[in-house]
Design a protein around this ligand. Structure first.
Ligand SMILES: *[C@@H]1O[C@H](CO)[C@@H](O)[C@H](O)[C@H]1NC(C)=O
Ligand SMILES: *[C@@H]1O[C@H](CO)[C@@H](O)[C@H](O)[C@H]1NC(C)=O
Ligand SMILES: *[C@@H]1O[C@H](CO)[C@@H](O)[C@H](O)[C@H]1NC(C)=O
Ligand SMILES: *[C@@H]1O[C@H](CO)[C@@H](O)[C@H](O)[C@H]1NC(C)=O
Length: 384
């Protein structure tokens, strides 16, 4: 009798957890029929649940034209994606905005080992849309974990993290061809306390891009390639664009265009990139392993060539491997505002066909210690 009562209590406490499966809401899962409305219905019930709700997308292939999962929700949400979710290839459908977005949610977990297939080839290099949709948008999210998710062939960015705080991504696998435009792996803006670790990212654009308004971003044990590398910027397209406190550690870059990059527009907008650490990085045939470029101007329409974005307190520690070009270290800093306090320690970058590399500096102040391959060209404060 006592045992019976105890087990009843056990069942009652567990009643706070509930699974909302899109299949029980009538998802077709035939890979053709648009299941967006059904997903939304299941989401709305899950979001109203006063406890831990699991929004389940079981094994199967789902066609989703576009959905935004809005909060705030009553309890915490686990989005378990086990199946494959496919985007439309029809521009009349996909040009309408975002593909899969999560907005205004506290305590969100996205997991399950499933795949998001953006079917990007239908959109790359075609001017049908003003902006192509990113695969997953996380907007105004507080406390989120994303892990064990595959994203392939996004039309734009794979993950877009915007106006969010305390978001961790791990074990995400991102793949798009090296010539696919703007398929950044993870784009972070206006967000704080963001972590990315134990992930593999190969794309046609930046592996991870850390954009204006980002602070306290830690990236570790990420392998990138192909793509444009790990990038801060471009800052200075608008006034007061700031990135602060970035730690990139224990990452490997394979045949990327850049390794660790900071770039700012050649414009007169003030801004800042400060307190940035790149440590324990392996470069494998990277075109520009270490690069600061303050002359970014893709359309060549910048009339003011002097960036007013201050780059300061940047450390490159233990960066090893091969460069795919002669200039392995390139600090092309603004002629109006020098880069300040650049620290190099144990830089060991040989040219990939064994020729020695060189460093190039313009307006770069700092100092080097330990291994200097290539020899540092930084100026000390006194010399400058
Ligand atoms: C950050 O988010 C994680 C996962 O949701 C949570 O466990 C942790 O308590 C949060 N940290 C803070 C400082 O709120
Ligand atoms: C990032 O790493 C630094 C240094 O290890 C640590 O002080 C900081 O709290 C970390 N931030 C996050 C968001 O994990
Ligand atoms: C760096 O990553 C490698 C494999 O990715 C791992 O074996 C090693 O322990 C990591 N080191 C640190 C300091 O995290
Ligand atoms: C620095 O940037 C200027 C302007 O884009 C460019 O002409 C120059 O070649 C760059 N220097 C290096 C070493 O890349």
């Amino acid at each position: 009798m006592q045992f019976f009562i105890l087990s009843l209590v056990f069942v009652c406490t567990n009643a706070d957890d509930k699974i909302f499966s899109v299949i029980s809401y009538g998802a077709k899962a035939d890979g053709v029929t648009d299941d967006s409305e059904v997903f939304l219905k299941a989401w709305m019930d899950a979001c109203k649940w006063n406890g831990e709700a699991t929004f389940l997308i079981p094994l199967g292939t789902y066609m989703i034209y576009g959905v935004t999962f809005f909060g705030p929700c009553k309890g915490s949400l686990i989005v378990k994606i086990q199946g494959v979710i496919k985007a439309s290839t029809n521009p009349n459908i996909f040009c309408k905005g975002s593909w899969i977005s999560f907005e205004h949610i506290n305590n969100l977990e996205i997991e399950g080992g499933g795949t998001l297939d953006g079917q990007g080839a239908s959109a790359w290099g075609q001017p049908q849309c003003a902006t192509r949709p990113y695969t997953i948008g996380l907007s105004s999210i507080q406390n989120a974990i994303v892990h064990g998710i595959h994203s392939i062939n996004s039309k734009m960015f794979h993950f877009d993290i915007y106006n969010s705080n305390n978001v961790t991504l791990s074990h995400v696998h991102i793949i798009a061809p090296s010539d696919s435009p703007n398929t950044d792996g993870i784009h972070i803006s206006l967000s704080s306390n963001i972590r990315v670790f134990d992930s593999n990212i190969g794309t046609g654009d930046d592996c991870i891009s850390i954009f204006a308004g980002s602070q306290n971003v830690n990236i570790s044990r990420v392998t990138c390639g192909p793509g444009h590398g790990i990038s801060i910027g471009s800052l200075g397209n608008k006034p007061n664009e700031v990135v602060k406190d970035v730690h990139v550690k224990n990452c490997t870059l394979i045949a990327t265009q850049n390794g660790m990059r900071i770039k700012t527009w050649a414009s007169s907008n003030v801004g800042e990139a400060t307190n940035i650490y790149f440590e324990d990085i392996i470069m494998d045939k990277v075109d520009n392993p270490i690069i600061i470029d303050q002359y970014y101007c893709p359309s060549h329409t910048c009339n003011i060539k002097k960036s007013l974005v201050q780059i300061k307190d940047v450390t490159f520690n233990n960066i090893r491997g091969t460069s795919n070009s002669l200039v392995a270290v390139n600090f092309n800093c603004s002629s109006s505002l020098s880069c300040q306090i650049i620290n190099l320690n144990d830089i060991d970058l040989i040219n990939y066909n064994t020729k020695p590399t060189i460093a190039s500096c313009a307006n770069a102040i700092g100092h080097a210690t330990g291994i200097e391959l290539p020899p540092s060209c930084l100026k000390s404060v006194l010399e400058s």
